[in-house]
Ligand binder design. Structure first.
Ligand code: ASP
Ligand code: MG
Length: 420
């Protein structure tokens, strides 16, 4: 039993869908579950639609029409027969949203968000399943909301592992014995059957949940890069492919902001010792990266860049020491404003952190902190995290730059500096 996961880029247009379905057709797995994201940038478009609807902007129907047109354009390229049932099937997915848009937006915004944004995955999987059927493959479309059971913390739902495991074992496993199953990433359902989502980019996590509950032999995430690279080519000229990574290193890299896999993906796989392959859907002959329990002898140093950082330094007004009590008070203020700390350092009289510069959030946070503390801050910074650093790697990223903060542990070094 294997699980494949395809992200938005691998189902963004008719050509990519053909490539994706080819990979599925070529698979030699005895049983196969395929987890798919929304097409291309459709989740962004659906977010935009939700925003328009909530703010009562009359653009919402126009935005929905564009989203529909995009899907239908791709379907026309894939299905020459305009009578093919997929057209009706996908149209019905959109009708539900039209009904919703006709009402007033009185439900809580996060609930509305999940009901609207989730249809991206529902539509894409209907198209993929129908296209595979057309190619003669025996496939079943399955609704992930019946299997991934969550609480009702909309937009960031928490998985109920017990119920999820039961549903998957009882109802999904029998389907997999008969056919390849196509299902959605990113979405789940509450016990009252309302749709939830697991957080942006959450399809990797969905695939890991399915893999763990099915005791799969492997999960493969198909991407538009050859595997896990030691840096994002967007920021770095010479990148290296990492052939093998331990679960531990993969979690650390994802935690520090490597965007290759969703940070929650590794734990369920590690717990069941299921290897994760990250492979290229463009160059599918290449082996890619495997993430497993094995510790790497000579790990390749990895670089994670976070731009647009703010350094906030916090000082008690009365010159008292920064001790456990004040730290816990400061962290509570961060928690209240939902600001995640990317790196931190404390001295006797100050506590400094680097955070993403989300303007509104940071303004409110600083105002909150100022009630009790003196606060200084610098914007326009970049944070580089180097895993398995050495002198050369530090020089490579920090040469000629003004460093504001440097934090080192045994394997990880974080440098906060002025962006040039
Ligand atoms: N479609 C969702 C998103 O773009 C989930 C995913 O792609 O993993 O956030
Ligand atoms: Mg996506």
């Amino acid at each position: 039993m294997e699980v494949y996961k395809f992200g938005g880029a691998s189902v963004g247009d008719a050509k990519s869908i053909k490539n994706t379905t080819d990979l599925i057709l070529k698979s030699d797995a005895d049983q196969l579950l395929v987890v798919v994201s929304a097409m291309g940038k459709m989740t962004d478009a659906l977010e935009y639609l939700t925003q328009a609807f909530i703010s009562n902007n009359d653009e919402s129907f126009r935005i929905l029409d564009d989203i529909k047109a995009y899907h239908f354009e791709v379907m026309h390229q894939l299905f020459p027969d305009a009578q093919h049932p997929v057209f009706n099937d996908v149209a019905n997915v959109f009708v539900e949203i039209e009904w919703l848009l006709e009402e007033e937006a009185i439900d809580p915004p996060d609930y509305i968000y999940d009901q609207i944004v989730s249809i991206g995955e529902v539509a894409s999987t209907k198209i993929i399943a129908a296209y595979l059927q057309l190619a003669g493959k025996n496939v079943t479309w399955a609704d992930a909301r019946n299997y991934i059971k969550t609480d009702n913390n909309y937009r960031e739902a928490l998985v109920d592992w017990e119920k999820t495991g039961q549903e998957i074992q009882r109802h999904l496993l029998p389907l997999l014995e008969k056919a390849v199953v196509i299902t959605q990433g990113f979405i789940g359902g509450t016990s009252e059957n309302f749709t939830t989502t697991l957080g942006r980019e959450g399809s990797d996590y969905s695939a890991a949940i399915f893999s763990a509950c099915l005791n799969a032999t492997a999960l493969t995430i198909w991407k538009d890069v050859p595997g896990v690279l030691n840096a994002d080519p967007k920021w770095f000229e010479h990148t290296e492919m990492i052939p093998q990574l331990s679960y531990h290193d993969a979690i650390e890299l994802a935690y520090y902001g490597a965007t290759i896999i969703h940070p929650k993906t590794i734990k369920p796989l590690q717990n069941k010792n299921i290897p994760l392959y990250v492979r290229s859907f463009i160059d599918c002959q290449r082996p890619g990266t495997v993430i497993n329990a094995q510790h790497t002898e000579k790990p390749v140093p990895s670089f994670i860049f976070k731009m647009n950082q703010v350094l906030i330094s916090i000082f008690p007004k009365d010159y008292s020491f920064i001790i456990e009590e004040s730290l816990s008070d400061i962290f509570n203020i961060f928690h209240k404003h939902k600001v995640k700390v990317n790196t931190m350092l404390n001295s006797a009289l100050s506590f400094s952190v680097s955070v993403d510069h989300d303007e509104l959030k940071i303004k409110n946070l600083i105002n909150g902190l100022k009630e009790k503390y003196h606060v200084k801050y610098n914007t326009g910074l970049e944070l580089v995290t180097i895993r398995y650093y050495n002198k050369d790697t530090i020089t490579r990223v920090a040469a000629n730059k003004e460093i504001l903060l440097e934090v080192k542990s045994r394997n990880t070094c974080q440098i906060l500096m002025k962006s040039s």
